[in-house]
Design a protein around this ligand. Structure first.
Ligand SMILES: C[S@@+](CC[C@H](N)C(=O)[O-])C[C@H]1O[C@@H](n2cnc3c(N)ncnc32)[C@H](O)[C@@H]1O
Length: 189
């Protein structure tokens, strides 16, 4: 029998689908090849809004192409920038944010997310997160620098005030790879 637990990416989409409704404003903080953006654009619908940021032009283009192909571009705004600068582009409060960390699959493996800018972006995203909104980090540790980023993010999220945030860490303990894991932060009040 196949493993019947959701993998990290499917679990991140499960959490997004439970949280995001039509008309919501959401952010994909690492647009990449656009798969998370596509999922979010479908959830918010044409009355909602998806912001999608990536530091690489190639990723922004890939995401635009995917959204256009599926007629989901109308509700999207693509931003070619470091996500640490997200407050320059987004004024609304956000129902959900996803960070899918690491490098662009099929792209330059030297360009990776780094804890310093990820933490800056996370801080800014938490400030504009709606109550009952969610931030999801899909964290990869198989590449150089990945473990360091994971450790910094785990420490940061473990230290968040439990009266304000519920924080979850979801990972497979006995898989080779190593598989990606999830850190999910829900704002309680
Ligand atoms: C694993 S990929 C994202 C996958 C994507 N969410 C998808 O569904 O295809 C990670 C992305 O993070 C981007 N990235 C790296 N550092 C960044 C930064 N400081 N700000 C914004 N994007 C960054 C990379 O360019 C890469 O496209």
């Amino acid at each position: 029998m196949q493993n019947d637990f959701l993998n990290a990416v499917d679990f991140s989409h499960y959490l997004l689908a439970k949280t995001v409704k039509k008309g919501d404003v959401v952010l994909d903080a690492t647009a990449g090849n656009g798969h998370d953006s596509k999922f979010l654009a479908e959830l918010v619908g044409t009355k909602g809004k998806l912001y999608a940021i990536d530091i690489q032009h190639q990723a922004v283009n890939n995401t635009i192409k995917l959204l256009k192909k599926d007629s989901l571009f109308k509700q999207a705004e693509l931003i070619n920038s470091d996500h640490a600068e997200l407050d320059k582009y987004i004024e609304e409060s956000l129902k959900a944010v996803i960070f899918n960390l690491g490098y662009l699959p099929g792209g330059d493996k030297e360009i990776i997310t780094k804890s310093e800018s990820t933490i800056k972006a996370l801080n800014k995203a938490l400030k504009i997160l709606e109550v009952k909104g969610i931030i999801i980090l899909v964290v990869y540790t198989g590449h150089e620098g990945g473990k360091e980023e994971r450790d910094v993010l785990l420490k940061y999220s473990t230290d968040l005030d439990y009266k304000k945030y519920n924080v979850l860490n979801y990972k497979f303990l006995n898989q080779p790879g190593p598989p990606p894991e999830i850190i999910a932060i829900k704002k309680r009040k």
